[in-house]
Write a protein that binds this ligand. Structure first.
Ligand code: MN
Length: 234
């Protein structure tokens, strides 16, 4: 059987200390997973169950990339996030078993058309155009889990050297095990899935020429540069 055309190869992420790469199947993102960020978005973290949204694997961008300032927004935001890379299949996993699915961890960015996302939120519509678009998921190399799980430590984001986000992984409302267990209630997790675990407080806008640096203790730092503004539909 032959196809009528050939799809591009799956996007793949770098693995720290390895020549091999991690093929990416799906990108799952958790919203409002730090109390201070939930408050800055005008919501009450105490009354919210976790929720998730998705990005295409094609949204991935490598460390060091220059990513375009996307069209159709005037408020392009950074969100620094710990990313869980899934290496084993699992559905309806218990919290006690959840970390057994982890291949490794990485530093990521959930780049967001904030104006578009908030308009969708206010109208009760899906967030896709605000969250899921090309280059919206930059990620540094994955550190294999053999070097340990990530449960605490600073997560920081700088724009042109200025500190904008300064959180700690221990302040995740739903930690990595709880997040994996929760997502797996709704969808069987598969090797190649990435889970972006949410961002601490301090999100903000960038403009073309800005350089974003994200660090999480023990992981490869992530640097991206904001490129030229893409033309809007005319
Ligand atoms: Mn996010």
């Amino acid at each position: 059987m032959s196809h009528v055309f050939t799809l591009p190869e799956r996007p793949a992420a770098a693995i720290a200390g390895s020549a091999e790469t991690f093929p990416v199947g799906r990108i799952i993102c958790i919203g409002r997973n730090y109390e201070a960020h939930a408050r800055e978005m005008g919501t009450d973290p105490a009354r919210e169950a976790p929720f998730f949204f998705t990005k295409w694997a094609d949204a991935l961008a490598p460390n060091g990339a220059t990513i375009p300032y996307p069209s159709e927004t005037a408020n392009y935001h950074f969100e620094a996030e710990l990313v869980i890379a899934i290496g084993k299949e699992g559905a309806k996993v218990n919290e006690a078993d959840a970390l057994g699915l982890v291949f490794g961890y990485a530093v990521g960015l959930d780049m967001t058309r904030r104006d578009v996302q908030l308009e969708a939120r206010e109208k009760g519509r899906p967030w896709d155009t605000g969250k899921n678009f090309a280059f919206s998921a930059p990620m540094a190399a994955i550190r294999p889990v053999a070097e340990g799980h990530i449960a605490s430590g600073p997560i920081q984001l700088r724009v042109n050297g200025d500190l904008k986000q300064d959180g700690d992984i221990r302040d995740l409302i739903w930690d990595c095990a709880e997040t994996i267990a929760y997502v797996s209630r709704f969808e069987r997790l598969l090797p190649g899935d990435l889970i972006f675990t949410g961002t601490p407080a301090g999100v903000g806008a960038v403009v073309p020429g800005d350089v974003i640096e994200v660090t999480i203790a023990g992981l490869e730092p992530l640097t991206v540069t904001i490129g030229e503004r893409e033309a809007d539909f005319a």
